[in-house]
Design a protein. Structure first.
Lengths: 453, 329
């Protein structure tokens, strides 16, 4: 039986091609795998093989004939009837390849995130704890609760944690579950992600998130995208955690805030807590979450003390902002160490009679947009505060959302207070200038309120 | 360089041998059909065919036990078929349809089957290697005797993360078999032009990992070496490296100008070392099976592949509502 040989697409973008050279002539017998022709595309000249045995009946296209469309017939080959079950070899001619064009208007709306509620803390007693202790307790409680949870990272076990966050965990859970790794972020992060695919619940500690750049392929490509790429089959319940952002005097390569970087990625959840209570409650939620979670801590905050609820099961829902203080004049939105500057700025503003509403985002992805929008509709003014770089910052994204959803309520353009657009300098005076500061936040709030100096 | 080949009459039963033949042929025909559908524009993007390398994955799957895991890079269709994934679902994923293993959202390079312990299908060269060690780590953590076959190519063998993984896998005695599919070309760069040392099975020695070179065109040699490696890993004495000397007949991907090797080189391997033909010839020589039996298998395999092709063309594209599903669980 005869089958038409069609000009094949040899690359994702090829639409036309030409036969640079025929290697067969009419009457030739060809076997599967024999080179039939050289086809020239926009990219290269490629050989084109026979896919079944047969005899070349006719060549339909001459050498060097220009711009032959993909899928137009170029030769007729009669099939080798000796081969069993060959009757269908020509079926490809009849195949319709007109796939429905997906129009822009057909893009469905993105689903709304379902947000949990904070636990009621009425009649609950509190104890004072540092962020460091709160994080440690969160890990210990979750490791107690679920045997599949384990911690790995550099110096997490014998050394008791480079910042002492994992202090005591080795003694409590043993070296099978608290694992010192070699200094190989790329490798151990990939290993952790693989363990997550296989159903364990790894906590991967980075000594700082600056070093996670060596491993970012596994955080994004392996952990973040696999659920989608597998059509929902393969999730990765993993937490990547460690200090993020500037500490003090450690200069450019050890001072970056990665909030905006990871928040860019669909498939990752991103948390950056401020208080010890939120650090504990959110880390517990992150460990229980079936998705990959990037948990950004801060070295300077580790030693700060906060009131932490004395509850056996204290969790904080991922994706829920917290209104730290209600106010009516201006909305200040921040997260992580930025909250520390923001609260100080709010106290100064209060002394000049400005009543600021303060929102701690706590989770950056999914972002609790509603809480911010509601607040801006009330105060009509907004300042965002973060330590990261200014370009494509979290504040930039918030400004866009506010512009889209609360434009008519705004009485002034949003101001984003960020770190400066420079690598972090070492010199103490320059470092201070590079970081976001309380006076800048106060000034920004005054600007959106049109208050004179 | 001594490659371990099997030339004496094997201990495998007739049924086992015919199964090996059938599995290899299924991959060959499936991949030929994939190439065809790609040429027709029904498969888009990147498509890396496994033609020529069939003995590697079929030989290893023959000795895999229940609960063993496997992971590979993007030349992955053969691995999926060999571990028992439905050809219809694989082909429908290639055409980007809802009946595909990833509902059309992964494509040729990104397919998974939790049921068959196939962990992908990964598009980043070398990334599957620490992932594979992590999957094997989970088996060790749980205290079972399973192993993970972690496949990568001669090109990936130069990636830094491979050596980070070798170090941890050896340090922690992780039950992972590193299967280096040395098809001798990293895209268009021959191993001589890309590797300072060509014997990839020795690459683990610095980390205390033993390895051996295997004739990856001989499915029986592959099985034999695979069984030995798996036994070592099951006893907690892993990891282990198997360097499979193999060859791909087709280009790196579909758009490959094939200017980095001669046509004669390819034809010579096809004629002298083809894994499917050579098993068939041996079985005929040893009078284990008849021409008719092979013809029956050929017919069955062709039918399966044509059904897969039909299914992959008839299965609808994913519903637009699938755009936003499976981002989070």
């Amino acid at each position: 039986m005869e089958s038409k040989i069609l000009l094949p697409a040899l690359s994702p973008t090829m639409e036309v091609g030409k036969i640079a050279k025929w290697f067969v002539k009419e009457g030739d017998t060809v076997a599967s795998g024999d080179i039939l022709a050289e086809i020239e595309t926009d990219k290269a000249i490629m050989e084109f093989e026979a896919i079944s045995d047969g005899v070349v009946e006719k060549l339909l296209v001459a050498e060097n004939e220009e711009a032959i469309p993909v899928n137009s017939p170029i030769a007729i080959i009669s099939g080798d009837d000796d081969t069993a079950g060959e009757e269908e070899t020509s079926s490809e001619e009849n195949v319709s390849i007109d796939l429905k064009e997906t129009t822009i208007s057909a893009v469905p709306e993105a689903p709304r995130e379902k947000l949990g509620e904070d636990l009621s803390l009425e009649n609950v007693s509190f104890k004072s704890q540092t962020v460091r202790e709160a994080l440690r307790d969160a890990m210990a409680e979750e490791m107690e609760r679920d045997e599949l949870v384990f911690l790995m990272g550099e110096e997490v076990a014998e050394y008791q944690g480079a910042y002492k966050v994992s202090q005591g965990l080795l003694d409590q859970f043993g070296s099978e579950r608290v694992i010192d790794t070699p200094i190989t972020e790329h490798g151990f992060t990939g290993l952790g992600v693989g363990a997550g695919f296989a159903g364990l619940r790894p906590i991967v500690e980075f000594m700082t998130f600056n070093f996670a750049m060596q491993a970012i392929d596994h955080i994004i490509n392996s952990a973040g995208k696999t659920l989608y790429m597998s059509g929902g089959q393969m999730n990765c319940p993993i937490v990547f955690r460690g200090p993020n952002g500037a500490a003090a005097r450690v200069a450019a390569q050890h001072s970056q805030d990665y909030a905006a970087w990871y928040s860019h990625i669909p498939g990752l959840k991103v948390i950056q807590p401020y208080s010890a209570a939120d650090a504990k409650g959110l880390l517990k939620s992150a460990i229980r979450d079936p998705n990959p979670v990037v948990f950004l801590e801060n070295e300077i905050l580790y030693n700060r003390s906060f009131d932490v609820p004395e509850l056996d099961e204290y969790t904080v829902p991922i994706g829920k902002a917290k209104i730290w203080k209600e106010g009516k004049d201006v909305t200040l939105v921040s997260f992580g160490i930025g909250m520390s500057h923001t609260l100080e700025a709010a106290r100064e503003l209060e002394s000049i009679g400005v009543d600021a509403e303060i929102i701690d985002l706590r989770t950056l992805r999914p972002l609790d947009k509603d809480t911010v929008i509601e607040s801006v509709k009330k105060t009509n003014r907004c300042v965002t505060i973060e330590e990261g770089f200014p370009v494509c910052s979290i504040g930039n994204h918030l400004s866009y959302l506010i512009m889209q959803e609360a434009f008519d309520w705004l009485d002034a353009p949003v101001i984003c207070c960020t770190g400066k657009d420079v690598p972090m300098p070492y010199a103490a005076n320059l470092e201070k200038l590079a970081l976001v500061s309380v006076p800048e936040i106060v000034q920004a709030a005054k600007s959106v309120l049109y208050l004179e100096e | 360089m001594v490659k371990k080949s099997v030339n004496s009459k094997p201990k495998e039963s007739k049924e086992e041998l015919l199964k090996l033949y059938r599995e290899m042929l299924l991959i060959r025909r499936f991949e030929e059909k994939s190439g065809q559908l790609y040429g027709m524009g029904l498969i888009g993007g990147f498509c890396h065919l496994y033609i020529g390398q069939e003995a590697v994955v079929v030989g290893l799957e023959a000795i895999a036990k229940d609960g063993d895991k496997r992971i590979t890079a993007y030349r992955d269709h053969g691995h999926m078929l060999a571990c028992g994934m439905d050809p219809n679902g694989v082909m429908a994923e290639l055409t980007g349809r809802e009946g595909g293993f990833s509902k059309g959202k992964g494509g040729s390079m990104h397919m998974f089957s939790k049921e068959k312990n196939f962990f992908g299908g990964h598009g980043i060269v070398g990334a599957q290697v620490p992932l594979g060690a992590g999957i094997a780590f989970a088996d060790k953590y749980r205290g079972n005797k399973n192993v993970t076959f972690t496949y990568f190519g001669d090109g990936a063998a130069n990636q830094g993360q491979i050596y980070e993984t070798f170090n941890m896998a050896s340090l922690w005695k992780i039950p992972v078999i590193f299967v280096i599919e040395n098809n001798q070309y990293a895209m268009g760069t021959s191993i001589k032009r890309g590797s300072s040392t060509p014997d990839l099975y020795t690459r683990g020695l610095a980390f205390g990992i033993k390895g051996e070179m295997v004739d990856g065109m001989d499915v029986l040699a592959v099985s034999k070496a695979g069984k030995k490696a798996a036994d070592i890993c099951r006893k907690g004495q892993g990891p282990y490296i198997l360097e499979m000397k193999t060859y791909r007949y087709r280009g790196h991907s579909m758009s490959d100008p094939a200017k980095y090797r001669t046509r004669e080189e390819v034809q010579q391997v096809r004629k002298q070392q083809d894994p499917i033909d050579s098993l068939r010839d041996k079985m005929l020589k040893w009078k284990i099976a008849s021409e008719d039996e092979f013809k029956d298998i050929d017919r069955d395999v062709k039918k399966i592949v044509n059904e897969a092709s039909d299914f992959a063309q008839k299965s609808p594209e994913p519903d637009v509502s699938e755009l936003y599903t499976d981002v989070y669980l």
